[in-house]
Design a protein around this ligand. Structure first.
Ligand code: ADP
Length: 463
């Protein structure tokens, strides 16, 4: 059996009823106890007053016995609950009220009983009657007697019982009513959550633009809805990005595949010489190269997105990594009779993954070679910057990048001039890989360029 109910509403109600019942029980018990104390105080007060009255009623008879001179009607009144015993100091019973029917008010007196002012005590008679008993020593006509007066406690106990009965009957009723009220309140308080659940259920991957409605942005539920909406916003963004990435990637893959196919189909139309076939195969291989590079870039980016790439950091001289990149691309530069110069502080050391950092520099250098005119100069400069950062600038004398395109060149698949750059083989992924690689090292890459005056890409890394 499940002890805790499934929904919060019932759990809240149960808790509420439980806590309330415990409080009511404690309160009722407290009330009962204080009522008992105050009733007993009243009883004692009456009893002690009565002791004085009885003292005035004691009379010594000429034959030496002692009796009570009762006021009229007292003794015969069945509702009169006063019991009296008079003892001699030696322990002989001198008088006992007839209502006691021979029962003792406790044992015969001990020596010195009633000598001091003693507090009244509770006793139980042989017939089960509970009484409150007071003792005193009294002198009557030169004789000392011990007086015991008792009052019936029955009325007090009956009233206490009645009060307790009212409490015992009233408490479950109060708890039940409170439970009902609590349930209604909890339902009202939780209704917005139910509404939110229904709204959230309706939102699917196809419909990430939907948002939860916010009734009061200041309260807890409003804040929860706002946080969920913000999360939905981020999810939507990520989904959009993924969708764009897949669409762009398929598009980029289709272009070289179409080229290979059409070159092949044309070649198959009529017989050709072996030189012509070699040409066809050559251009097909070029497209395959392009495809391979593209697929490799896509792989790097998708692994980077999934955070699957682990950096193997070592202490590296930034200048030596730049030199390695320059050596790798020397052949390309030579084809365009360009000159690459590397210069800077050899002792500038960064903690980085050699291959990944080199790839970042290679991409910048590759762009500089691709987009700069023949016989231009490309400069790689390594320098120490302010607040413990190292800079690596790739400066070219190319056409520069128009200001309106500058914010986007690091985006995936972004090309300034799509038609023209396709000839040199870029898919618009080089700079986004560079940006990922540099940011993975805690650095950033920035661009300074003016149309017609070359571009400077700057990688800045923590030293
Ligand atoms: P791609 O593979 O097309 O070169 P990149 O992400 O490396 O893609 O670059 C994005 C675009 O930024 C390029 O298409 C090009 O238009 C522009 N670009 C990048 N580097 C330079 C540069 N050094 N000079 C001029 N334009 C550049």
């Amino acid at each position: 059996m499940r002890l805790s109910p499934r929904n919060v509403r019932s759990r809240l109600t149960l808790w509420y009823v439980g806590v309330l019942a415990a409080l009511l029980i404690a309160y009722g018990a407290g009330c009962l106890f204080f009522l008992f104390l105050s009733m007993r105080e009243q009883l004692d007060h009456n009893l002690l007053e009565d002791v004085e009255t009885v003292e005035g009623e004691i009379a010594a008879e000429p034959d030496g016995s002692v009796t009570l001179r009762l006021h009229h009607g007292e003794e015969g009144d069945p509702g009169f609950h006063r019991f009296v015993e008079i003892w001699s100091p030696e322990g002989t019973l001198l008088y006992r009220t007839p209502q006691l029917r021979g029962q003792e008010l406790g044992t015969p007196p001990a020596p010195g009983e009633g000598a001091q002012e003693a507090e009244p005590v509770s006793e139980r008679l042989r017939n089960g009657l509970r009484v409150r008993l007071a003792r005193s020593i009294h002198r009557v006509k030169g004789r000392t007697v011990i007086l015991r007066v008792a009052h019936n406690e029955g009325t007090m106990w009956r009233e206490l019982r009645e009060f307790a009965t009212v409490l015992v009957i009233g408490l479950p009723i109060a708890a039940l009513l409170a439970g009902f009220g609590g349930y209604v309140l909890a339902r009202k308080a939780l209704a917005p959550i139910d509404a939110m659940t229904r709204e959230t259920q309706k939102i699917s991957a196809e419909d990430l633009g939907a948002r939860l409605s916010i009734r009061n942005p200041e309260d807890e539920l409003g804040r929860l809805a706002a946080v969920q909406n913000a999360m939905l916003g981020r999810l939507q963004e990520a989904f959009e990005q993924l969708r764009r990435f897949t669409a762009d990637a398929s598009h980029e893959l289709r272009t070289p595949l179409t080229a290979i196919r059409s070159v092949g189909e044309v070649a198959l139309q009529d017989p050709k010489s072996s030189v012509e076939y070699r040409d066809v195969i050559g251009s097909m291989l070029e497209e395959v190269d392009r495809l391979t590079r593209l697929v490799e870039s896509l792989l790097v980016l998708s692994r980077a997105d999934a955070s699957h790439i682990q950096l193997h950091r070592t202490e590296l001289s930034l200048l030596s990594v730049a030199e390695e990149a320059a050596v790798m691309l020397e052949v390309l530069a030579e084809e365009k009779r360009q000159k690459i110069e590397v210069d800077g502080d050899r002792n500038l050391v960064v903690s980085a993954d050699r291959l990944i950092l080199r790839q970042a520099i290679v991409n910048l250098l590759d762009n500089a070679i691709k987009y700069s005119p023949a016989e231009s100069r490309i400069l790689i400069r390594v320098d120490q910057g302010a607040d413990k950062r190292a800079f690596l600038d790739v400066i070219d004398q190319g056409p520069g990048i128009p200001t309106e395109h500058q914010p986007y060149v690091f985006d995936r698949f972004y090309r300034v001039d799509k038609a023209r750059t396709r000839e040199w083989g870029g898919a618009g992924l080089g700079l986004s890989i560079t940006r990922w690689a540099v940011e993975a090292h805690g650095g950033e890459v920035t661009l300074k360029s003016e149309e017609g005056h070359g571009s400077t890409f700057r990688i800045s890394l923590p030293v």
